[in-house]
Design a protein around this ligand. Structure first.
Ligand code: ZN
Length: 837
């Protein structure tokens, strides 16, 4: 059977996430045709299997083509033991030193994504093995029951931002999946919506498509269930591992200033804040230089178990041209720290020590410390509008390194080294964390918060809207001409374009003033909401450390004001000597938050402050409320949860159709082999005949290994995997639609590498023809294929095939794993052995 590529492109665009085809199916057929054509054009440019777009720079062409570092979830469960007594609340409040349990976490492999079915199967197998292992380890503490009301679950993920839909699914999954053991049962209900925070590091080199709001899906071709499931599964597994690694620990907090790692990318906006306020922070300047770090040390053994670190800087060291999945500077800092504590002999991804470098108020903070320059002249850009000759695309900030890769290394390493200093036992700044664990959480309908101003007047926030400068982007990732930052007048043409989606009312325009509205996102509901109107906020208390979880990017001064407001509430209730941190981009995403003064300048951060100039005031008011509730032990009022829009999601991301290979070759065979020998610091480059990596994410596994031949047992031993900094896995899609592809693997030989024989191997999974037929037929309306191919006979064949498929679906429900096994076949290949000396 031959189906033209064009048909397939059209077909995949109908694919909706909900599995059942509803009566609305035809409605979508007619309404997605123009998009299908658009998609077809894109398809030619990006190759046969369009990969997943990266979240952050909003560039349609920036799609994943391999792995530099795997993305990870790092989970920390911190709680108090269950007490039998009906204790007096006031006693808990006295902040007496009490023992706390910390259960950590552990990183989990993710990458671009595979077919969900496959992915789930992989996980189950992996989990079974892990589970047995974990059970033995946790026996020791299996009698420890944490009090769910005195436990917080914090997860730092290498991703663009948090997602309310992911939080919902993670909590559901944690409650669903148990195997009935006591330990598993006690995990049920332990991490919930109100005490779970999933905060993203804000790397701009991680897959998009996992947010349920339409605005974030424009460049990613809609929602991507592959990415959504991968993130959800990774987080669930991280929390489960944390739970199974329970042990009593001592927690310390330390802080210290770190310079030369960050600059303010909207310095003119910062200067609009009152001078006396800026003088208060003169030692740090226009970005927060203070790094705050929690360290966890096993009470019994005294071994270091992990750290949780906050330092304000954007995950934009890797620039918009990067196509390899990367944790950016934060991911590299975590990698170095985990490698240091777990030892070089431990494979990356294994080992007990976990280091999370989490995000905080990084809204106006760039890691590109050389600052913005014009790409054509090399001169500084216009400072107010960040343009060169009126063009924002020419104004790009440069990092401290020769390349973006090098800059990531420098900024990541500096954070790691500073963290190590803070952690050292000799550091006098370390303070033992004592006191209760507690939390408060609220959903806030941010589009309509009534605000009591200090002068006695009452005002309110506005429905979400983005200003013109939003489209101007930032100097870390410029937007599109003719937009630029600092725009506070509007253009009639773009008003008309934005108006197709929703025309702002006079009241909305007044409310958002001086922001000219480009996209009235709060009112855009086609095909579903464009941006959240309801957001989650929460405060976690761990002794005298307070974590403020916000679903947004606070600018430096906005963050300082929020922390100060919470500190005032705490001190008014005699809770002194606190450490307060903001956990950014947590649990949902509602863009930026600036101060009212910064809002007036309408640079990118201000144009992206969704709910108007009082957005920060609303946050402060709401945090004062939940902090007071926490201290007074009263429940917090909450708006209704944001909607679950999963079943409405539209995806235009094509499935993997077919992997093929030239006649006479086999999958996994070497296309370009290694040389006979190399020296350290040289790069080995090999290429394998391969398949689309989306077929199997190799969760808990790797697409590549670097092996050394042991002189002791004569066996090959793996020393590096695809997550290591010195390795790169690049997926090269072939020409046309034949599905031919190659895996290019590079190993930059570290200087400490010992003399010996090495080899590089590749693991892959191919999609067989049976899978292709099923997938194609599954989504092709027969009438369309027949009309396009103009053949009645083909239509009959197709109808018969569809019937067979229907039967096979029923069969599949019973034999899912077997069939998946039939569709996908693993392959493996290795280069020749080569000498490193
Ligand atoms: Zn950002």
């Amino acid at each position: 059977m031959e189906v033209t590529p064009f048909c397939l492109s059209v077909v995949v665009s109908f694919h909706r996430i909900s599995s059942a085809l509803t009566s609305r199916h035809h409605y979508h057929v007619t309404h997605t045709l123009s998009l299908a054509l658009f998609f077809f054009l894109l398809h030619i440019r990006t190759g046969p299997a369009a990969q997943i777009n990266f979240m952050g720079y909003a560039r349609a062409g920036q799609t994943a083509h391999g792995i530099h570092q795997r993305l990870r979830a790092r989970a920390f469960i911190i709680g108090q033991r269950m007490e039998n007594t009906n204790h007096d609340v006031k006693e808990t409040m006295k902040a007496e030193p009490i023992e706390m349990e910390e259960q950590k976490y552990k990183s989990y492999y993710w990458d671009t994504a595979a077919l969900i079915q496959r992915h789930r199967n992989d996980l189950r197998n992996h989990n079974d093995m892990q589970h047995q292992h974990q059970q033995q380890r946790t026996k020791q503490y299996s009698d420890v029951l944490l009090d769910p009301n005195k436990t917080v679950c914090f997860v730092s993920i290498d991703a663009g931002m948090g997602s309310d839909l992911i939080n919902m699914r993670v909590v559901q999954r944690l409650n669903e999946e148990t195997n009935g053991t006591t330990t598993e049962r006690s995990l049920q209900g332990l991490c919930r919506i109100d005490n779970l925070s999933i905060s993203a590091t804000h790397t701009h080199s991680a897959p998009a498509g996992f947010l349920q709001y339409a605005l974030f899906q424009i460049t990613s071709l809609g929602f991507s269930d592959e990415v959504f499931q991968a993130y959800t599964e990774g987080i669930v597994q991280a929390i489960r591992k944390a739970f199974h690694n329970i042990e009593p620990v001592e927690i310390n907090v330390a802080q210290g200033l770190l310079f030369n790692v960050s600059i303010n990318r909207s310095p003119t906006s910062y200067l609009l804040n009152p001078e006396e306020e800026r003088l208060e922070y003169a030692a740090q300047g226009d970005t927060d230089k203070n790094m705050v770090q929690l360290t966890f040390t096993a009470s019994q053994s005294g071994e270091k178990r992990g750290l949780l670190n906050w330092f304000a800087v954007h995950g934009t060291s890797m620039n918009a041209s990067n196509q390899l999945i990367s944790g950016d500077n934060k991911g590299y800092a975590s990698y170095l720290s985990e490698r240091y504590f777990n030892g070089n002999e431990t494979l990356t991804g294994d080992g007990r020590f976990v280091a999370a470098f989490a995000s905080t108020n990084l809204g106006d903070v760039s890691p590109n410390t050389v600052g913005p320059r014009c790409t054509d002249t090399g001169l500084p850009c216009d400072i107010v509008t960040s343009t060169c000759g009126g063009d924002c695309m020419k104004c790009v900030a440069q990092g401290p390194g020769r390349t973006d890769h090098h800059s990531t290394e420098i900024i990541g390493r500096k954070q790691y080294e500073h963290s190590l200093q803070l952690l050292q036992d000799t550091n006098k700044e370390q303070v033992k964390v004592v006191g209760p664990v507690a939390f408060r959480h609220s959903f806030v309908e941010m589009s309509n918060v009534t605000i009591w101003l200090k002068d006695g007047n009452i005002t309110h926030t506005c429905p979400a809207a983005l200003g013109y400068s939003f489209a101007g982007g930032t100097t870390d990732g410029p937007g599109d001409f003719p937009f630029h930052q600092g725009t506070n007048t509007s253009y009639p043409f773009w008003n008309m374009m934005g108006g197709f989606l929703s025309i702002p009312t006079a009241e909305e325009i007044y409310c958002q003033f001086p922001k000219p509205i480009l996209l009235n996102v709060g009112k855009c509901v086609v095909p579903y909401s464009w941006d959240p109107n309801t957001i989650p906020i929460s405060i976690f208390r761990i002794g005298h450390v307070f974590i403020l979880n916000v679903p947004s990017e606070f600018t430096t001064m906005a963050g300082r004001r929020l922390r100060k407001a919470v500190q005032n509430v705490l001190e008014s209730q005699n809770v002194m000597n606190t450490s307060i941190v903001i956990a950014g981009l947590a649990n949902s995403y509602s863009h930026y938050v600036t101060t009212e003064q910064e809002y007036a300048s309408q640079r990118y951060e201000a144009a992206s402050t969704l709910y108007g100039k009082h957005t920060l005031t609303a946050y402060i008011q709401e945090f004062e409320r939940i902090t007071t509730d926490l201290l007074q032990n009263s429940p917090s009022e909450s708006a209704a949860s944001p909607p679950d829009l999963y079943d409405q999601q539209i995806s235009l991301v094509p499935p993997v159709l077919l992997d093929t290979i030239g006649l006479g070759y086999r999958f996994g065979s070497v296309a370009i082999d290694a040389k006979d020998q190399y020296r350290t610091n040289e790069t080995v480059g090999v290429s394998f005949r391969s398949s689309n990596p989306r077929n199997n994410q190799r969760i808990g596994g790797t697409f590549l290994t670097v092996d050394i031949l042991s002189g002791i047992d004569g066996e090959w031993h793996t020393i590096y995997v695809d997550s290591d900094w010195c390795t790169q896995y690049r997926w090269k899609g072939g020409d046309g639609y034949l599905g031919v592809s190659f895996a290019e693997i590079h190993w930059n030989i570290p200087k400490e590498t010992t003399t010996g024989l090495y080899r590089i191997c590749h693991n892959g999974t191919r999609n067989t023809i049976i899978g292709v037929i099923e997938m194609s037929l599954d989504h092709i309306p027969g009438w369309m294929v027949s009309s396009l191919l103009g053949s009645y006979a083909i239509n009959i064949v197709l109808q018969i095939a569809r019937m067979a498929l229907y039967l096979s679906h029923s069969l599949r429900r019973a034999t899912t794993e077997k069939l998946a096994h039939f569709h996908y076949k693993d392959f493996h290949g290795c280069s020749r052995a080569f000498l490193v000396r």
